[in-house]
Structure formats: C-alpha cells, structure tokens
Design a protein around this ligand. Structure first.
Ligand code: PMP
Length: 453
C-alpha cells in the first residue's frame, strides 16, 4: 500500500470507525496496527511489517490464514449458493455439518442448532434450557448458575451470566446492570487465589460446595448450570484442577438441573482433546461451539443438544433463530475445516505444540514479577504481580500488562491482556514450533524490560 493510501485509511478510521471494547480517545490519539494481509500465523501491515499472531485472532484461527482448501471450499459453495437460510428450507452443507458435529461431539449430543457467533450460540443454549423446562411444566426454573467471573459473550442474555461474587470489577456487567436478568454464580476454581483458602495440595474440589449450596437452596428454581469447561480463559486463564468439570457435572445431575458447556473457545483441540468435556468424559445437555468452527474464516456457531432436550420441543417449535442460521457458505467452510482437522491431525499438532509451550513457559516462573503461569493446551496465561510473596497486583495506573503487550507488539508479536494483569496466549495449532519459541521469547524479554528485571 502507498503511504498516501495508508494516511487516507487512518483518517477514515478516525472519522468513521467505532471499535469493540476500545477506549476511542486512546485509539484516535495513536497510530494503530492495521492488518492488511495475513499468511499462516503472521499478520502483515500495509508497510509490509509482519506480526506473529499469538492470539490466533481471539482463538479463531485453526489452520493458518490463506489455506487453499478453505479458500476453495468458500468459492465452490459461493458458486453453488451463498446462503439459503434454514427457515423451512434445508441445504446439504448444513445437514452434513450437523451430522459431522454430532459424530465428533461427546456421545449423546445428536441435535445441532446453528447460529453465527459464540454469544448467539450461548444465548440459544440459555433459551433452549429455559424453554425445555417450560415444555416440561416447570416454568419456575428460570435461574441460571454460572461460574464466577466467567465469560459467555456479549448479548444481554449472556452478560447476565457473568458472576460478580468476587473482587474483580466487572465493568461490562456494571454498565448494563438494569437491563440484565438476575443470575447466580458459584466459586471459580482458582488455584492461585483459592476461594476456599487451600494453600497447596489437599484439594478436594471444595470450591464446588458453593454450587451444591445454591442448588439445595434454590431447589426447583434453577434451569441450568453453565461453565467454560476446565479453563476460564478471559477470566485470566483460570485452569480448573483435574476432576472439577466431572464434579460440577455430577452435582448438576444429582440436583436434576441441566448442564451447559460453553466450548466456544475450547473446541477443536485447543485444550488437548477435541472438546474440553472429552477429557473428563462429560456429556453436557447443551454444548456450544463457535470461533474455530470454520477455522476462523467465517462466522458460524452451533448449539448441540441431547435428544432428551430436542424431544421436549417435538409437540411445538423452538422459538428461536436468525436469518443467517446455518448459512451455506459458513457450513461449507466448516466442513472443509473439519476435513482438515482430521486429515492434518490438528489435535496431534495442538498437543505437540502445547508441549513446546509448556517447556517454553518454564523460565517465566523464575521472573520476579511473574506470580503464576497457567496453561491448558494452547491456552496460556502469565500473571504479573508487583509482589510475588503477597501476590499483590501492580497499581492499575502503571498499566504494566498493557505496556508489556505494546512492547511485544512493537517487537512483532501479538498477545492479549485480560483483567487481573494476565497476559494470554492462544497460539493456533498451525503455528510452527520455532514461531512459538519466537512468541514466548519475545514476550519473556518484554516482561523483563517493562518490569525492570
Ligand atoms: N464463550 C466463550 C467461552 C468465549 O471465549 C467467547 C468469546 N471470547 C464467547 C462465548 C463469545 O463468542 P463471540 O465473541 O463469537 O460472540
């Protein structure tokens, strides 16, 4: 791109764009990274500078950018039919994809309802769960229980789920508070700041007692428990101890409430199994997928349900859906992505890359301002602290984590910061081992430099 074109773009950006979650004054005061092209796991700006994408575009990118098989699938489907809508019409790609998802999912999840984003897939799951109880003659079961500090999307329905029973200021929820429905939350399985005060060892998953208590107290009023299975990424990569998910599932079953597993981020090998639920042999009643479903090429998501849930709607209809539900282009690209998932052994690659990541993260533990390093598969977080002994955070005005991310970016590597001073990495399984080492090495140096080590 010519310099004049870039300048024009920046001017139009300042005049017309409005970015998600972005303090716009800051944005407009600085020249921002513009990604014009991409190649594999690298993003390229108009001047030709290359940035290694350590966040795989928020966990979407599964096979790298510009994969010929995905481009071909997209073009081939566009030539046949771009969209058809699923309202009283069917098309082969959506049907094939539903069958494929049912085959790959934890056993028993046979029904697939399509949407476009992770948020709308979760919203669908919530509506399906409540409508299920209405159909069963228990409309008073209208309360959802989620894990404290969880993240399930941006619609009013999904932000209503965000737990507030911890210290973290939840700005999004606070802003929309009057518009939200009441929900309950139980303790997050945070082993660095254990909610039940265990120091090290001896964990018997006592943090799940708070779920049990809610289900006893609110007997007959709870529709479903919703969790991000085994890892809460946006909460700061809170990795649950082994057995936590199975215990939550067991408690939900025992109290006769539904379980929703939100696998929007964790699906497709990111945590070391195709779905995170697979690792603990859990079949939820409803399971959501999105993000990497199309390899990140198009927006498409799905809510999978058991036949038991589906059957409750047989006498009538599930009153939910949207124009683009299961559109043909998205479904065709998702099928091509799932073909690649198997053909290229993406799961095997994800596991091998996760092992490299584990080794690469080890030296971070020796840094005096790294409080904790957490990882599940290809989801990793490094928590920075002012004082390791007392686990105290840096003063917010120092913007330490933000400065680390900016320095890493200036050195050609993109990582994310999430509240709680955690730097997160979500590398694509398609990233080479050398590129991953470049990512962690650059981040390591950026942390040392910013924290003055
Ligand atoms: N659930 C989880 C667990 C997520 O991580 C996200 C996105 N980060 C969502 C839901 C929302 O997905 P989307 O941004 O596609 O609406």
């Amino acid at each position: 791109m010519e310099k004049t074109d870039v300048d024009r773009l920046r001017r139009l950006d300042r005049e017309h764009m409005w970015y998600p979650w972005t303090p716009m004054d800051d944005w407009m005061a600085n020249d921002q990274l513009v990604v014009e092209r991409a190649d594999g796991c690298w993003l390229i700006d108009p001047e030709g500078r290359r940035y290694l994408d350590g966040r795989s575009s928020m966990g979407m990118n599964l096979h790298g950018h510009g994969h010929p098989a995905l481009v071909e699938a997209l073009v081939a489907q566009a030539r046949k039919a771009g969209e058809t809508t699923l309202y009283r019409v069917s098309h082969p790609a959506a049907v094939e994809l539903a069958a494929r998802l049912a085959n790959m999912a934890p056993p028993g999840l046979q029904r697939v309802f399509f949407a476009e984003s992770g948020s709308t897939a979760v919203e669908t799951a919530l509506k399906a769960a409540y409508a299920y109880w209405v159909a069963k003659g228990e409309p008073e079961r209208s309360t959802f229980v989620s894990m404290a500090n969880g993240y399930h999307g941006e619609t009013l329905g999904t932000i209503s789920l965000r737990g507030v029973n911890n210290d973290q200021v939840d700005m999004i929820r606070k802003t929309y508070e009057p518009l939200l429905y009441p929900s309950l939350s139980f303790a997050q399985p945070d082993c660095y700041r254990c909610p039940v005060g265990m120091s090290s060892g001896g964990c018997e998953l006592d943090c799940t007692d708070s779920l049990e208590e809610i289900l006893v107290r609110e007997k007959g009023k709870i529709a479903a428990v919703i969790v991000e299975p085994r890892v809460q990424a946006l909460a700061g990569v809170i990795t649950a101890p082994e057995g936590h998910l199975a215990k939550v599932a067991e408690i939900a079953r025992r109290h006769g409430v539904l379980l929703i597993a939100d696998e929007v981020l964790t699906g497709w090998g990111r945590t070391g199994t195709t779905f995170s639920c697979d690792a603990e042999g859990v079949t939820p009643d409803l399971l959501t997928v999105g993000k990497a479903l199309t390899g990140g090429y198009l927006p498409l998501s799905a809510t999978l349900a058991t036949e038991e849930i589906f059957d409750a709607f047989r006498g009538g209809a599930f009153l939910s859906g949207s124009t683009y539900s299961g559109y043909a282009l998205g479904a065709a690209v998702a099928l091509a992505s799932l073909d690649l998932y198997e053909k290229d052994d993406v799961l095997g690659r994800a596991r091998a890359l996760a092992d490299v990541l584990t080794a690469e993260l080890e030296p971070f533990r020796g840094l005096s301002h790294v409080g904790d390093v957490r990882q599940l598969g290809l989801i990793a977080g490094v928590e920075l602290v002012a004082d390791r002994e007392n686990r105290t955070p840096f003063p917010p005005q120092d913007r330490v984590v933000e400065r680390v991310c900016t320095l890493a970016r200036d050195n050609g590597v993109l990582v994310n910061a999430v509240p709680g001073d955690v730097i997160t990495m979500l590398p694509s399984p398609s990233m080479s081992h050398d590129d991953l080492r470049l990512l962690t090495g650059t981040l390591f140096r950026a942390i040392r430099e910013v924290t003055g080590e």
